[in-house]
Ligand binder design. Structure first.
Ligand SMILES: [Fe+2]
Length: 250
């Protein structure tokens, strides 16, 4: 038994991520890339690592990043032609968003989804569970959307509840409610602490993740896409998430 659970160290290339569903590469609209140069540097690295399809998911939140779908659309249309030919011809791009679920979310008409027109990426504050999260998930489903909660392993209030044996029971509620969960690649390195890594392994072992994304904000972060301590079965599960990402592009 122990033999099968033995962990080895893996890096980005071992995961086989060809389609990224979560990143902050559209420059100057959130806390991600701040310039075209930085975006090109990030994309050059992602391309080198085997990524061929990218969903840009800038933050949208009334208080921090009040981006409208229209404005993001205009910036996206300007951004793509300004990329070097090698990137433009070798990669496919789609504009979506990462929506903060707070008291303003329901009133927002913005709905920039993943390329299947159905999956919508949502997040909460790292420090406080959104009071509106349950209703929002239900209402999105009623409107025909498939909500995807970004990086469940990164929420500090869930990390505080993490138990080695029981995991975080509250995260099972998302799964049971039909909200899909998206793993951040960098979380696999333990970059967000022991409890976060514990949640990652627990969610993987219980097959509760559906997708994985880089959530990359800067060129430097890519250097940390390595040192992933995983068992063989966990690695295979992460590889399956990478394959699930591909299905979003049809
Ligand atoms: Fe993000």
């Amino acid at each position: 038994m122990l033999f099968f659970k033995k962990k080895k160290t893996y890096s980005f290339m071992d995961i086989g991520l060809t389609a990224d569903v979560h990143c902050h590469i559209l420059p100057g609209v959130d806390d991600g890339s701040q310039s075209l140069d930085e975006s090109v540097a990030i994309l050059t690295e992602l391309q080198r690592l085997g990524v061929r399809k990218v969903i840009l998911t800038p933050h949208v939140s009334r208080t921090m990043f009040p981006n409208s779908a229209e404005d993001l659309g205009t910036r996206f249309m300007d951004f793509i032609p300004s990329l070097p030919e090698e990137i433009r011809s070798g990669m496919k791009f789609h504009l979506a968003s990462e929506y903060m679920v707070d008291e303003f979310f329901e009133a927002s008409p913005d709905r920039l989804c993943w390329p299947d027109g159905k999956h919508i990426l949502i997040e909460m504050s790292y420090y406080q569970r959104s009071r509106e999260i349950k209703d929002t998930i239900f209402n999105l489903q009623m409107d025909g959307f498939q909500p995807v909660l970004a990086h469940p392993e990164r929420y500090v209030f869930y990390q505080k509840k993490y138990d080695k044996k029981k995991g975080v029971e509250e995260l099972r509620d998302f799964f049971d409610a039909g909200c899909k969960l998206q793993l951040n690649i960098m979380s696999l390195s333990g970059a967000y602490g022991e409890a976060s890594l514990g949640i990652v392994h627990w969610l993987l072992d219980h097959d509760m993740y559906s997708f994985t994304g880089t959530d990359v904000h800067s060129r430097q972060q890519i250097d940390r896409f390595t040192g992933f301590q995983l068992s063989e079965s966990q690695l295979e599960k992460v590889r399956q998430l990478a394959r699930n990402n591909e299905t979003i592009f049809g």
